[in-house]
Design a protein around this ligand. Sequence first.
Ligand code: HEM
Length: 199
Amino acid sequence: MDVSSPDTDEPGSRVKRLRQATAAAHDQLDRRVMAGRPFADFKRYALFLQVQYRFHAVVDPLYRDGALGHLLPDLDGRRRLALIKQDLLDVAGLIPGDAPQGHPGTIDPTGGLGWLYVAEGSSLGAAILLKEARKLGLSEAHGARHLAGHPDGRGLHWRQFTSALDQVALTGDGERRVAAGATEAFRFVHRLVGDAFGD
Ligand code: HEM
């Protein structure tokens, strides 16, 4: 075994590196979403839901991936696509049928770890978005199901995911591919937001 492989000697945890590598992309996306005023009315909220639906339609196969399911806790239970679909039906939004521009196609499992980091991390900010959705009269039981926190608590549910992600053993350029996956995911969501709310 090549013990001097640079990947294993990097300082800090994998999740910390992902957070640092994507912090700017996250802030830009956060601002871009809020500039779209997704909670101004049902019509704009439905546009936000279509963004979430298109994103989760891409990552859903990763949540159903058996190999990834062995590495990450309760992966199947973390799927949100069906909840988003129900939310769209609640607010009379259209369920997107066509593949969006820039669809990444099939994502390889290692890059998929980066996409799952972004999808799971987005449930942290959902706490803020749920508060806004409530002002529209929506809730975890109607129209904002996918923004609900896990019964164990968002923080604990997130930490269970991140500690497992940190434990995944990767070789060769595995670290680079996970980080590339996370960056691709943010870029893809940013594009969906631009398509939905207009650039
Ligand atoms: C629209 C407005 C958004 C707001 C207000 C928001 C807010 C937040 C907040 C407060 C956190 C927790 C930060 C921390 O505890 O350090 C967070 C984390 C995160 N958010 Fe967002 N977010 C938004 C949108 C998104 C979107 C659309 C995505 C991706 C699709 C996303 C992905 C993430 C990720 C991956 C993390 C975890 C970062 C980490 O701790 O490693 N966020 N967000």
